[in-house]
Design a protein around this ligand. Sequence first.
Ligand SMILES: [Cu+2]
Length: 322
Amino acid sequence: MKSVKILTLLTMLAAVSACETNTDTNGSANRANVNAVNTANAANTNALPAVQNLTEVPRPPKIADEMKTRGEQDAAAPTVTVIEPKNGANVQSSTVKVKLALGGDLKGYKPMKDMTTGMGNHIHVILDNQPYEAYYNLDTEFELRNVADGQHTLRFFPSRPWHESYKNAGAFQMVKFTVKNGGADTTKPATTNANQTMSNANTKTAPEGKDMKSSKAGAVDAAKPLLTYSRPKGEYKGAEADAIMIDFWLSNAKLAGDGGEYRVKYSVDGGDAKFIDKWSPIWLSGWTNGTHNIKLELVDKAGNVVDNGGYNSTTQEITVAK
Ligand SMILES: [Cu+2]
């Protein structure tokens, strides 16, 4: 049953990486209308005609099944060491080499893309506060290209094939580095050597009208509470969009339901704020076709966003094409 779904996905994505996005505007528009009607019919009477009525659902059975086939991997505690760039490095080039080492209690966990499914364990790599890109095989080189002059951050953490992050101590790393006289073309995005886009330059207006043309680090303090947005990301097609996961990394902060004082606040398309009080992924179903903005924020007891270089309030756009 898995192989049928995967085959469809592969056909749609062609040679594009599972973590990348592409669009299908005509098809999406037609299906959007049908879906809006369906959603409106199903909506509660206490709401005005709803465009989208999201509900939290359990971990999808497909993922629960996949976990069973992975042996002990989901109980692993992988740790990441950043070999390059070194924290505080000055790089005299717009090309920045990334080198990582994986350690810890791996229990068979190994980042690697399965060539038949296009999926596999991988590391999430985040430049500044942009959407992550996937690094699948640590034995192959990973380079950032066209990185603009100025200070930048990179964040890394291991992830499962369905993009759920490992949350053990040492899994997450952040480094700061500075590009000087790199000569990047700031009208174009930073990319990887595999041509994955690392920043939103040269695209339509970024969420909240932010100019992301030359992505820069925030004034982020690695010792302060930090929420790292991970998922959702990119485009969700067909059954993938039935339940979409929200997942994030938390540093130096414990959530209220885990005995701490912080909460993760989220909203979709500027709608009502909801809260996540335990550090684990949630899945939402009821998505309508089209683009959606997801905002994730780390808030304190009083409900205020915890300031940390702007990284604790992040909005990313996804596309749903059921
Ligand atoms: Cu991923």
